[in-house]
Ligand binder design. Sequence first.
Ligand SMILES: Cc1cc2nc3c(=O)[nH]c(=O)nc-3n(C[C@H](O)[C@H](O)[C@H](O)COP(=O)(O)OP(=O)(O)OC[C@H]3O[C@@H](n4cnc5c(N)ncnc54)[C@H](O)[C@@H]3O)c2cc1C
Ligand SMILES: NC(=O)c1ccc[n+]([C@@H]2O[C@H](COP(=O)([O-])OP(=O)(O)OC[C@H]3O[C@@H](n4cnc5c(N)ncnc54)[C@H](OP(=O)(O)O)[C@@H]3O)[C@@H](O)[C@H]2O)c1
Length: 448
Amino acid sequence: MLRVAVVGSGPSGCYTAQSLVRLDSEVRVDVLDRLPCPYGLVRYGVAPDHEKIKSLQNNLRAVLEHERVRFLGGVQIGPGGVTVGRLRELYHAVVYCVGAATDRHLGVPGEDLPGSWSATQFVSWYSAHPDAEDAGFLRDARSAVVIGVGNVAVDVTRMLARGLAELTSTDMPQAALTTLADSRVTEIHMVGRRGPSQARFTTKELRELGTLPETDVVVDPAELALDPGYTDPSALPAPQRRNIEVLRGWAGTPPKGAPRRIHLRFFLRPAELLAERGHVGAVWFERTVPDGQGGVTGTGRHEVIEGQLVLRSVGYRGVPLEGLPFDPATGTVPNLSGRVLREGAVAPGEYVAGWIKRGPTGVIGTNRPCAKETATSLLEDAPVLAVRAVPGGDPLPALRAAGADPVEWPGWQSIERAEAELGASLGRGVVKLPDWPSLLKAAAGKAP
Ligand SMILES: Cc1cc2nc3c(=O)[nH]c(=O)nc-3n(C[C@H](O)[C@H](O)[C@H](O)COP(=O)(O)OP(=O)(O)OC[C@H]3O[C@@H](n4cnc5c(N)ncnc54)[C@H](O)[C@@H]3O)c2cc1C
Ligand SMILES: NC(=O)c1ccc[n+]([C@@H]2O[C@H](COP(=O)([O-])OP(=O)(O)OC[C@H]3O[C@@H](n4cnc5c(N)ncnc54)[C@H](OP(=O)(O)O)[C@@H]3O)[C@@H](O)[C@H]2O)c1
């Protein structure tokens, strides 16, 4: 019998556990997560108004409830918790599925001004991540600038444009709901440094912006016309062609005069965030033009866009875990088909899956084949791993001795009950608990 620890209970961790128990009837898997709650970015990233995608949590739940899979929340691996070395001693194999927890930097002056936040911080706040701070994101903001044109940029743009009526039914924490409902932001600028045919958002997500009540979507036809794909969209791959078609439709439609506007801007590269009384007040962009090879070149011309709130949505980034190799250039753990490479050689018994293996791109479903590849590599190595001496019996006491105080499945179910009760008391559906004390209290079965 093989005992495997999977670190991280997001999609890649859950799909790895699922593949392992499906492919081998002898494997037992502990899925460890530093948070008391499972599901990674499906709980703490997927936008609250995307209830259908959120409901994928039910599929992941079925994995964690499998008889040979056990969820152990509140177990930090690395500094301040169980070390990578100790974990390796307790299990035949360890699979790291720790995601990409931080944001990429812009590297322009003013990036760290008050009022300039990463999309990661904003998303974590409205998703009730217990490490998130209420930074007063919308305080005194009338205009917001979202830098980047990926799906996360679309998410945060949409959340800024949504009102109380649409947010009440979500599981968003009450404080974030109140703040967003009281928002005075009327102008939201989502800005790409390249052209519309190079934007990373997908058409379904883009199109949804046009369905928001009380919101106009404004597209400048002159910016579309700069894009070589605009004049001949037939030459583009289908997803980009569809994006261009949607943008073209908006560019040709006069605004309805709605109280809020989403401005979709292109060919503007952020050059500096400008301060106004010690707080961000605007972003200074350089106008770019296509370089004919999919990139852009600067023109030396500039444009200032007002924004008392700036959300930098330029991608996520993996963080190194002490004791594991890390490639700072890609923000991933070097690996061969999921087998961790230490100084170029396979490290038997150590594996990776998901964003820490491939980098921070891909939807939830992308993690399924990725996890299967890793599980297959692990099971190919099983004959070698099985002869390794690991302490007999359940590793749980040893994890406790190493300082962990795991939240087991009944603890997580108590959190779910507490969130349902909180929602009922507020006249809403499930409402997430937003901080460590209330989560840990609920996990212990105490009233929050
Ligand atoms: C804001 C946002 C919105 C998204 N929305 C969608 C969407 O609508 N639809 C879609 O298909 N895809 C969406 N995605 C993409 C999708 O969420 C990712 O593809 C997926 O979550 C990556 O899975 P993962 O398991 O690698 O990482 P994660 O989901 O990040 O899971 C990593 C887990 O590891 C845990 N962990 C990290 N470090 C440690 C440690 N040291 N010890 C113990 N545990 C640790 C974390 O707590 C976390 O639970 C979104 C992504 C983002 C960022
Ligand atoms: N609903 C969904 O399905 C959903 C929702 C959210 C996230 N996701 C997925 O999660 C993954 C991560 O999404 P993401 O939006 O964080 O990343 P992303 O898709 O990689 O988009 C990042 C954006 O930031 C821009 N950018 C990067 N560096 C920049 C810089 N220095 N200055 C200006 N712009 C810069 C990129 O432009 P360039 O292209 O020019 O580099 C791009 O527009 C994606 O695979 C996404 O599809 C899916």
